[in-house]
Ligand binder design. Structure first.
Ligand code: TYD
Ligand code: MG
Length: 455
């Protein structure tokens, strides 16, 4: 019999190559090809069009039972999930090491157990003693849940298959799990995929809600095969800067809810505390007005979050190439804004270093931040603080116009609640709300005129 051919699978995009290469031919990522078990070969004359069972078709409007969701007991977690855990669904929770995944899941597991749910918590990373110690610190050691330290998928499924299936199964982490159905060390693409497949099948068959913890690579993707993200119903990402206190739980994919809702937490001495009013958290520490600081009402799903954008401009004396550094925003977008300000308003940044920071380590993806960034840059360049009671929002086009953005009144109402009195936005994209005066800005030139004229 011929030796089975080796195959190599890209951990980023899942494409298959017949020999190892340093760079994936499809997605151009480096060092992502890993060896995998050989492809299954079928007999030459296989025919799939007979021998199967007939499948039953249904109509779209047939009655369906509504989703019975189970609350995690943590409102911010429920919100990010789109209303709670769905039985029989599989959730992948990604995040950097030390960000708080195990903490969040242990808190949720304990609160579900306290509410009468049957919870199994399997840790492949920590000994039961360590988990117990964390539970003690979180003040949930009295929760009645089944805790185990195990890495064999067969052991886990054999044990669970012999009793009543739990309501929630937490597996921390999928990279430590091992399936004896195939070869390879835990954490390899084929192991992660096979282990996840078996665990997800158990969840679907029994109605258990499965939460898999997934490690992320240094560029923020969930380690292991991309297919993992396709196999689960929901992909969540737990984000934040470790040096900062707060954490954001985001859903990147959700078969049972919207993907743009976020949950906000603060990591404290006794675990994760819910932050139901995030704006106060991100704006804290703003006392004296300083040049280069602008407040932007970002929108996360249906939730407005006020964040501070800080710009710093350092004029260079020598002819060295100036640096541009961005934390929390897209560097390509910053380059574009600088180009618009140079081309449309004649401002010069070419001999200056530009630093942009979204305070608190918050990561902005909302395009409506353009105007606030532009205001911060101009204010830093002119060394003139912006009005302390003002917020800025709007998208900038390459021609320098300020474009309307979605949900301006929601953004303004949040700002008014927090004591802001003025909003600057697109000329035809907003109006006064209670306690907040709105002023439209047509384009970057009028923005520059306004900022340089007033203080
Ligand atoms: P952990 O949940 O272990 O992170 P992950 O599972 O994502 O790797 O959280 C680890 C960090 O959280 C650790 O550095 C200590 C910190 N922490 C607190 O600040 N307070 C707490 O109550 C707990 C349990 C952890
Ligand atoms: Mg952990």
């Amino acid at each position: 019999m011929a030796k089975p051919k080796k195959r190599y699978v890209c951990t980023e995009c899942g494409s298959v190559a017949s020999r190892w290469q340093g760079q994936c031919a499809d997605c151009s990522e480096w060092n992502t090809l890993v060896e995998e078990a050989p492809e299954t070969k079928f007999a030459a004359a296989h025919n799939l069009s007979s021998g199967g069972r007939a499948i039953r078709f249904e109509s779209l409007d047939a009655p369906t039972a509504p989703l019975a969701r189970r609350s995690t007991g943590i409102a911010e977690f429920d919100r990010a999930l789109g209303g709670g855990l769905v039985p029989g669904s599989a959730i992948l929770m990604g995040g950097e090491p030390g960000i708080g995944k195990s903490t969040l899941l242990l808190q949720a597991a304990a609160s579900i157990a306290k509410a009468g749910g049957d919870v199994v918590y399997v840790s492949g990373e920590e000994a039961t003693g360590q988990v117990r110690m964390r539970a003690g610190r979180l003040g949930v050691a009295d929760a009645n849940l089944r805790l185990a330290s195990a890495t064999s998928v067969r052991d886990i499924l054999t044990t669970l298959g012999n009793g009543t299936p739990p309501d929630l199964l937490v597996v921390d982490s999928i990279q430590t799990m091992h399936s004896d159905m195939i070869e390879g060390a835990p954490g390899t693409v084929s192991q992660v995929r096979a282990s996840a497949f078996e665990l997800i099948r158990f969840a679907k068959e029994t109605g258990t809600c499965l939460v898999l913890v997934g490690h992320v690579t240094k560029d923020g993707n969930i380690a292991g095969p991309r297919v993992l993200e396709h196999m689960v119903d929901t992909v969540m990402s737990f984000e934040g800067e470790r040096s900062h206190q707060y954490r954001i739980l985001r859903s990147l994919k959700n078969r049972f809810g919207a993907v743009d809702e976020i949950g906000v937490f603060a990591m404290e001495g006794h675990g994760l505390a819910e932050v139901s009013n995030p704006s106060t958290l991100f704006l804290s520490g703003r006392d004296e007005p300083i040049a280069g600081s602008a407040v932007f009402p970002a929108l996360e799903g249906t939730r407005p979050v006020l964040v501070e954008i800080q710009a710093l401009i350092v004029r260079l004396q020598s002819g060295a190439t100036p640096r541009r550094a961005v934390v929390g925003w897209d560097s390509g977008r910053l380059a574009m804004l600088l180009a618009v300000l140079e081309a449309r308003c004649g401002l010069s940044f070419s001999t200056a270093e530009v630093y942009l920071n979204v305070a608190g380590g918050y990561r902005l993806s909302d395009p409506a931040a353009d105007l606030a960034v532009a205001a911060a840059l101009i204010s830093a360049l002119a060394d003139k603080p912006l009005a302390k009671d003002a917020i800025w929002f709007g998208e900038l086009s390459l021609s320098g116009e300020v474009r309307p953005v979605a949900h301006s009144s929601l953004r303004q109402r949040e700002a008014a609640k927090l004591g802001f009195a003025r909003a600057f936005g697109p000329a035809d994209g907003g109006q006064d709300v209670k306690g907040l005066r709105y002023a439209g800005i047509g384009g970057v030139t009028s923005l520059v005129d306004r900022l340089l004229a007033s203080t």
